[in-house]
Design a protein around this ligand. Structure first.
Ligand code: NAD
Ligand code: TYD
Length: 353
């Protein structure tokens, strides 16, 4: 049986890297990218693969039974790698219901399709790509493991926790074959410039203020997106059904230290005087309920599946900054139109931005 993998959210940041990785490394698969093309989805992210014969794009909504069933029937989907989601914490604070709809109802709609279509006794796999934010927030010490209790604290993380629970419940109740991974913060090319790293680079490029929430002492564990795609490959092919794998880079940074580092890299690459970008840093009102620290123990995926990050943070960050500086057109395009309206509403109501 040919494997035909439905990759949801394939036009987004991580999804586009996963599609590129699978097309480059597996010549026998058919890859169907199923994406609604929201503000975060952009087919420009996949220009280099759009003529690949193994690849097809379907515009559809994961919350629509009709759209999902049509795709399963037409393409005889054997596996799903589910990435489609509303993914930004700040937006979830602004509009929680759209996160409930997409992340919870959308995941359940996909799981129902798996139940209905995968009755042939063949090999199938529903892979849910999730986040470490489901575990809540850490103090100064400790790491999240696969057995850390769920304690989501933002509408985003609560919606992802709900979808993780639904995946496990469908596995337990209906026998839907699944794996789940929970990953730390990703960075790299093609990330929508509302998340910390691309937002900062974009603002430095435009000479705009760099909004650091609170005192900038919150900590995140950063992983290069291609290393996440490599981990997804490992979990998809070698992960044991019913298991969960945490993915992280052992790469913790305080936000302010990271912004300083980015400022220095960008100034150097643009030939600006040292300190130019740092002078744009503006401390702004903290995010409500802001999680203090995330950090992942990825011992299980390393020991069981042999995965390790392939680049250092210095290497990954240099590649990332180079990409954004070389792709001003992409940045200008994705930050125009509907996004610009949202950004202005969201950020001008806080007059300190
Ligand atoms: P993204 O916001 O860049 O992309 C999301 C994609 O989903 C977009 O292409 C969008 O068009 C699509 N989408 C949204 N709603 C849809 C719907 N109703 N139907 C079909 N498609 C829809 O997100 P990302 O950063 O690439 O994250 C991908 C996944 O990985 C998410 O599930 C996220 O929770 C998870 N994750 C992200 C990170 C991170 O650091 N970005 C870390 C861990 C886990
Ligand atoms: P973000 O990239 O939104 O990811 P997440 O909230 O899912 O971890 O934010 C990363 C960290 O950076 C988080 O602690 C919030 C902070 N942050 C800022 O200080 N300023 C910003 O403009 C943004 C977008 C985030």
């Amino acid at each position: 049986m040919q494997r035909t993998i439905l990759i949801t959210g394939g036009a987004g940041f991580i999804g586009s890297h996963v599609i590129r990785w699978f097309l480059e490394h597996y010549s026998g698969y058919r890859i169907v990218n199923f994406d609604l093309l929201t503000y975060a989805g952009n087919l420009e992210n996949l220009r280099d693969v759009e003529h690949n014969e193994q690849y097809a794009f379907v515009k559809g909504d994961i919350c629509s039974k009709e759209d999902v069933h049509k795709a399963f029937a037409k393409w005889q989907i054997t596996d799903v790698i589910h990435l489609a989601a509303e993914s930004h914490v700040d937006r979830s604070i602004h509009d929680p219901l759209s996160f409930v709809r997409t992340n919870i109802l959308g995941t359940a709609t996909l799981l129902n399709a798996c139940r209905e279509f995968w009755t042939d006794g063949g090999e199938h796999r529903f892979y849910h790509v999730s986040t470490d934010e489901v575990y809540g927030s850490l103090g100064a010490d400790g790491l999240f493991t696969e057995t850390s209790p769920y304690d989501p604290r933002s509408p985003y993380s609560a919606s992802k926790a709900s979808s993780d629970h639904l995946v496990r419940a469908y596995g337990h109740t209906y026998g839907v074959p699944f794996v789940i991974s929970n990953c730390s913060n990703n960075y790299g090319s093609h990330q929508f410039p509302e998340k910390l790293i691309p937002l900062m680079i974009n603002n430095m490029r435009e000479g705009k203020p760099l909004p650091v929430y609170g005192k900038g002492d919150n900590v995140r564990d950063w992983l290069w997106v291609v290393d996440h795609a490599r981990a997804i490959d490992a979990v998809f092919h070698k992960g044991i059904l019913g298991e969960t794998y945490n993915i992280g880079g052992y790469n913790e940074w305080k936000n302010l230290d990271l912004v300083h580092l980015l400022c220095d890299i960008v100034d150097e690459k643009l030939g600006r005087a040292a300190g130019t970008s740092r002078s744009l840093i503006t401390f702004v009102t903290d995010r409500p309920g802001h999680d203090m620290r995330y950090a992942i123990d990825s011992a299980k995926i390393s020991a069981d599946l042999g995965w390790m990050p392939s680049v250092t943070f210095e290497e990954g960050l240099a590649l990332t900054v180079d990409w954004y500086l070389a792709n001003a057109e992409w940045l200008n395009h994705v930050t125009s139109g509907a996004y610009r309206e949202y950004y202005d509403t969201m950020y001008t109501h806080r007059n300190d931005r």
